[in-house]
Design a protein around this ligand. Structure first.
Ligand SMILES: Cc1ncc(COP(=O)(O)O)c(C=O)c1O
Length: 371
């Protein structure tokens, strides 16, 4: 099959610099190796079994997913070690969970007795009869999980008494580190959060529950979490591509961003404005953590801001007197999205390229699997 030039690809398109992605995969695997922790990447970023297999080949111990549908897509593609980091409720989902438990080694995750009891029924009905569970702990994000220390300890001990469930680990997602104003604050917040998880695991062990896994997960926090003594594994997701929010959290540079939106300038209606053929249907509307209201980083065009998105249009604004801005209708731009995961979720396919040629179409098999 002829390999089209990147410049011939129809736009808008999500394009992946495969060399950069491979370097990102290897770097995170290297961090895990050097610090002696396991790596269980969150597949929510790429939603692609092909990329998950690359992460596993590079040394990942398994993968993480959020939804049953994502787990099903990964199992279908032959992946067998999966942390399902989301409580499963409702008869339809519990029947699917029962089937999945028969096909793969699924670790469950819960933060309530109610969900644990419901999931235990599916576990007992399955051929396995028993499943490992991670308790989701709130180390500062204020999303899922009870607080570290006694609230989690008491919940874990009650869940451990449910027939069919083996409380094997504690997990957290330190998404709150994104609010840090300096790299030092980010490092301190990430360490504190991971330490809280480790301390909670130690209390549980002293009380007789053998907690084997301590699993924090976040890209900007990963290098700090991995160095906290007692952490056994990390679960970053975004690192595989990185994005503008990761750049703004000091965890990646422009050259580490593997995925860009390739877009075409379709209008130059005013001296200070250009319009591209990619809007919220391509980028998603996720905000920038820097809070400047823009939607991506335009590679190679300093001073050009992606200021507004409607569904099919992206509006670029710039200073008309700035010499560098010579954008013309038909020009093609690479733009790093604020948050790469929801952007990937909007595309059927990613285009992998090397040396300016598209060498692979990567189907986003687990996109849109919100159940
Ligand atoms: C439960 C959980 N673990 C891990 C991650 C990965 O974090 P990041 O996107 O910072 O890599 C996420 C991201 O949302 C998450 O929700």
């Amino acid at each position: 099959m002829p390999r089209p030039l990147l410049e011939e690809l129809d736009t808008p398109a999500l394009v992946v610099d495969l060399a950069v992605m491979e370097r990102n995969i290897e770097r995170m695997a290297g961090l895990a190796r050097q610090t002696g922790v396991g790596l269980r990447p969150h597949a929510k970023t790429h939603k692609s079994p092909w990329i998950a297999h690359q992460q596993l080949r590079a040394g990942a111990i398994g993968i993480t997913v959020a939804k049953l549908g994502e787990a099903e897509a990964m199992v279908e593609a032959g992946i067998r070690d999966i942390l399902l980091a989301y409580p499963i409720l409702g008869e339809q989902k519990l029947s699917r969970l029962e089937r999945l438990l028969n096909e793969a080694d699924i670790i469950l995750s819960v933060d309530s007795l109610e969900a644990a009891e419901a999931m235990a029924q599916a576990v007992r009905r399955s051929g396995r009869g028993r499943a490992r569970v991670f308790i989701d702990v709130d180390t500062g994000l204020r999303r899922m999980g009870l607080g570290p220390g006694m609230p989690t300890v008491e919940l874990a001990e009650r869940i451990a008494r449910i027939q069919g469930l083996e409380v094997a680990g504690l997990m957290s997602h330190a998404g709150h580190v994104a609010a840090a104003r300096t790299p030092e604050e980010l490092a301190a917040t990430a360490r504190r959060a991971a330490e809280a998880l480790v301390e909670t695991a130690e209390i549980l062990r002293r009380r007789g529950l053998p907690i084997a896994h301590v699993s924090p997960g976040s890209t900007p926090a990963a290098c700090f979490e991995a160095q906290v003594s007692g952490v056994t594994e990390i679960r970053p997701g975004t690192y595989v591509f990185n994005d503008r929010n990761t750049m703004d959290r000091w965890a990646a540079g422009e050259a580490d961003c593997a995925l860009t939106v390739l877009a075409t300038v379709v209008s130059r209606p005013a001296p200070d404005r250009a319009v591209i053929d990619a809007g919220s249907k391509v980028f998603s509307s996720d905000p920038s953590v820097r809070g400047d209201g823009t939607f991506g980083h335009v590679v190679g065009w300093p001073g050009v801001r992606l200021q507004r998105l409607s569904e099919e249009h992206g509006v670029l604004v710039f200073d008309p007197d700035h010499n560098g801005v010579q954008l013309r209708v038909g020009d093609r731009l690479h733009i790093i999205p604020n948050h790469v995961c929801p952007a990937v979720n909007l595309s059927d396919v990613l285009y992998g390229y090397r040396d300016g040629r598209v060498v692979r179409e990567i189907p986003v098999m687990a996109r849109g699997k919100y159940r």
